[in-house]
Design a protein around this ligand. Structure first.
Ligand code: SF4
Length: 430
């Protein structure tokens, strides 16, 4: 008797890289049951949306994606539609009533220990999620409620995962989690990120870059900074979300770090890792944030000059402590504050990029570029890439001119010849 051919699946993965890791886990689980991966949603029998519900914008994007797939199902292109992740975790009953076309809503995605997870990222880089949930309880954030208890994956399964990526010659591994600095506190009773990173370095040869994403300020140890500073395969990149700098706002946010500590930490990071790029994220328009407190934040970013910076407008989320805070800020003011920060950061970023002019840096090539090239040179190929100071998807690009052919995943030594606000332009050295 012939085996029945199983349906093909496709996942639309929304939100942050941590969600992407979950999407890979969902696909891996289905692959084990014999389902094949479709080459695109238009070739799939089963469509999956892995949603994000972190803030209002993310919810809107998730609902839009579900509605698009519902349309495909109505037109007969999809047999089944499944919705995973944060959105059903938060609003399952409501969604069931309002979107009957969806076959199943599945909230929490379990952490996947399998080294054979199907990858959705390009072959040359990968994300490895080392923990789920968060140890902190920031007053504006719904993640601890959605994701539940903080859970670390055990070291052995993580080392298996990283070894399999090493064997596959993946160039860059990005270690992610809501708060990776808390790694191990639940499982081993102590912070074990430095030990985990050290073991990953010792058990691999081919991975060229390890990048740590999202370090909670008050859990960054000297041991961790020394490891980042001393190991050439660890990107000199610190992603340090501070959210604000005014002490009253930090306290209301329940961030557990005061201005003095943040200032001290940044100075320490720059001293221990001289070439470091520090990324941060900020929230503007937090309830009761005054003009003066906002000004303090602007002055701070002008003084510190973060290499990379993301700003979010405060989103009032049901179920969070800050939802009921008095003096919610009007949307117009929140948007103005965001614009003010972004225009300051644009100048800072250009200034920081200018310092790289004439320097030669290692660039990970991501794709050949055929259009929208800022500088054109005859008889040369054009590529897009990233330096160790740029995380995938969120940071800048290096536009590379090269006389020799390169492919995604190659590293090139690139001399920087021009700078844009957030991006760099350079020539690959022969
Ligand atoms: S650190 Fe704060 S903002 Fe980040 S996930 Fe945890 S609770 Fe949310």
């Amino acid at each position: 008797m012939k085996n029945r051919v199983k349906d093909k699946v496709w996942v639309v993965s929304l939100g942050c890289p941590r969600n992407l890791v979950d999407s890979e886990g969902i696909l891996g689980g289905l692959a084990k049951k014999g389902y094949a991966l479709a080459s695109g949603i238009d070739k799939a029998d089963i469509g999956i949306v892995n949603t994000c519900a972190f803030i209002e914008d993310a919810r809107v994007e998730s609902i839009d994606a579900i509605l698009e797939l519902i349309q495909l199902k109505k037109e007969g292109h999809l047999k089944k539609l499944l919705v995973y992740g944060c959105l059903p975790q938060r609003y399952k009953e409501q969604l069931k009533n309002e979107l009957p076309e969806v076959d199943a809503f599945i909230g929490r995605v379990s952490l996947n220990h399998s080294p054979n997870i199907l990858r959705m990222t390009p072959l040359y880089y990968a994300y490895v999620k080392i923990c789920e949930g968060c140890l902190n309880r920031c007053s504006y954030c719904v993640i601890p409620k959605i994701k539940g208890r903080f859970t670390s994956l055990d070291m052995d399964s993580l080392l298996d995962r990283v070894s399999s990526l090493d064997r596959a010659k993946v160039a860059e591994v990005n270690i992610v989690g809501q708060d990776i600095t808390g790694y191990g506190m639940d499982l081993y009773g102590a912070k074990k990120l430095p030990q985990l990173l050290d073991k990953m370095l010792k058990s691999t040869n081919n991975i060229v870059w390890f990048r740590l994403l999202y370090l909670y300020p008050n859990r960054i140890s000297d041991e961790l900074l020394e490891l980042i500073g001393s190991q050439s395969r660890v990107c000199k990149y610190i992603d340090l979300p501070i959210q604000h700098i005014n002490d009253r706002i930090l306290k209301l946010m329940r961030r557990n770090t005061a201005k003095k500590e943040i200032v001290r930490l940044i100075a320490k990071i720059r001293k221990k890792i001289p070439q470091v790029a520090i990324r941060t994220s900020l929230i503007v328009g937090f309830p009761s944030e005054t003009d003066k407190e906002f000004r303090e934040l602007v002055d701070f970013i002008e003084e510190v000059k973060f290499d990379r910076l993301g700003v979010f407008i405060y989103s009032r989320e049901e179920g969070t402590a800050a939802y009921d805070f008095e003096k919610q800020i009007p949307q117009k003011i929140k948007s103005q504050r965001l614009d003010t920060i972004m225009s300051k950061q644009q100048l800072i970023s250009q200034e920081i990029n200018n310092r790289l002019l004439g320097r030669t840096i290692d660039v990970l090539i991501e794709e050949e570029e055929k259009e929208a090239w800022p500088v054109t040179l005859e008889n040369r190929r054009a590529y897009l890439g990233r330096s160790q100071y740029d995380a995938p998807e969120v940071d800048g690009t290096v536009y590379v001119n090269s006389s020799k052919k390169l492919k995604p995943g190659d590293f090139a030594k690139v001399k920087i010849t021009d700078t844009l606000e957030y991006d760099l332009v350079g020539d690959a050295q022969a």
